[in-house]
Design a protein around this ligand. Structure first.
Ligand SMILES: [Zn+2]
Length: 240
């Protein structure tokens, strides 16, 4: 036990107003899903309004519903599953947010767009790509997003980064034939984690100052390849 007054100086708190929610709302019947993935649905199966003692919902969802993460097992049978992920990578993790809002439809994101942030990348850091595409969530345009060049992905992982996040449906190029999967294989193949369908990353750039911290925690789904998450960001230097 230490002196309580000295312990207090190590206590951190975050004001509610400083929390930026980076998650899309899950609306029953209204969540875009990849072909072959289940549609999200929530049905109330117990109603206080009908005289029952509580409200309870039944949920139907997939491991890649809404804002979610991909574990290595998504692409590799011997890869880490969601329940085995290192939560320190996803809890109050320092984040680098790369502003890519100038990128156009299906434009490639190269190392030239990212390299200036290299000095801040390293083990334990989450790198988030802000294309502004989350505004088109649910619209036909959403699938025509900018995508990460595989060589850039390799260089990012080479810095020791294990978590990348995008405000699009995939870090990879998505065509009519589907997702190329190249960046998925590079990131998940090196034991990394991919966060997809983040919402409103531009709010971090516009509303937060200084060092940025994020939490993006999955459900503890045993032997599963991915999980919906609640993603939030706050300024590490603001109100601590
Ligand atoms: Zn996914």
């Amino acid at each position: 036990m230490g002196d309580p007054s000295s312990m207090k100086s190590h206590t951190t708190s975050v004001s509610k107003s400083t929390i930026i929610d980076l998650t899309h709302s899950l609306i029953s019947g209204g969540v875009p899903a990849c072909p072959g993935h289940p549609s999200y649905a929530a049905h109330c199966i117990s109603h206080i309004s009908k005289g029952e003692c509580s409200n309870v919902h039944s949920l139907t969802l997939g491991s890649h519903t809404g804002t979610h993460l991909d574990a290595p097992f998504h692409f590799f049978d011997d890869g880490t599953t969601v329940d085995q992920l290192d939560l320190s990578l996803l809890t109050a993790a320092p984040a680098v947010v790369v502003d890519l809002r100038h990128k156009k439809l299906r434009e490639r994101i190269t190392w030239d767009d990212i390299g200036e942030h290299e000095a801040r990348m390293g083990p334990g850091v989450a790198v988030l790509f802000c294309t502004g595409w989350s505004r088109d969530w649910g619209k036909p345009n959403y699938r025509h997003h900018p995508f990460l060049d595989p060589d850039a992905a390799r260089r990012i992982m080479g810095t020791g980064v294990k978590v990348i996040g995008v405000d699009t449906m995939s870090p990879d190029e998505v065509t009519d034939e589907g997702d190329s999967g190249c960046v998925h294989r590079i990131v998940l193949g090196s034991g990394g984690i991919i966060v997809e369908n983040l919402n409103g990353l531009e709010n971090i750039l516009e509303k937060l100052n200084g060092a940025i911290t994020v939490s993006m925690l999955p459900l503890r789904l045993e032997k599963c390849d991915g999980s919906p998450i609640r993603a939030v960001a706050w300024s590490a230097g603001g109100t601590i």
